[in-house]
Design a protein around this ligand. Structure first.
Ligand code: FE
Length: 165
């Protein structure tokens, strides 16, 4: 019989997170902007990073943004692309977005819904069409959005705590 390691229960370890990535409860999808939602998985205040699913049900240009730190993506459903590149991120694909990248997210008309898991380090800095900065998201703005949404939808603002490390 295999036996589990005894040293895996250190008293000061932070909790693991194991959950269905795509939730049964629609309320776990936090509205970001119209027709765009994110489902939090990990909101890490120590490293200043977060892991979430991004869901888009609208075709068109979504956001122009810059990454000061790396992003890892895995496409679960649908497809999307960046105006600045000639590749298309399709279902099953892995995407690495290097620090320093500025790009414009587009979901094409023939895509009803796209869902992608993103591990975002640092921040997204948003830019307008004239390449002027217009705001940002980081782990703290994400926590704020989750807290407000979970309070409003009846799950309670403390619901966000399960995702925070
Ligand atoms: Fe990006």
């Amino acid at each position: 019989m295999p036996i589990p390691a005894k040293m895996n229960s250190l008293p000061l370890m932070i909790d693991d997170i194991v959950c269905p990535a795509i939730p049964d409860d629609e309320r776990l999808w936090v509205p970001q902007v119209e027709n765009v939602w994110f489902r939090p998985l990990l909101l890490n205040r120590v490293n200043g990073e977060w892991v979430n699913l991004l869901r888009v049900r609208r075709s068109g240009v979504l956001s122009r943004h810059r990454h000061p730190a790396p992003v890892h993506g895995f496409v679960l459903k649908g497809s999307w692309r960046y105006l600045e590149h000639d590749w298309i991120a399709r279902e099953g694909m892995y995407v690495f977005e290097p620090p320093g990248e500025t790009h414009t997210l587009v979901v094409d008309e023939d895509v009803d819904e796209m869902i992608t898991l993103f591990h975002v380090c640092g921040a997204l800095v948003y830019y307008d069409e004239q390449d002027q900065p217009m705001g940002h998201d980081d782990v703290h703005t994400k926590i704020d959005m989750c807290t407000r949404h979970f309070a409003e939808c009846g799950l309670g603002e403390e619901f966000v705590e399960q995702f925070i490390r």
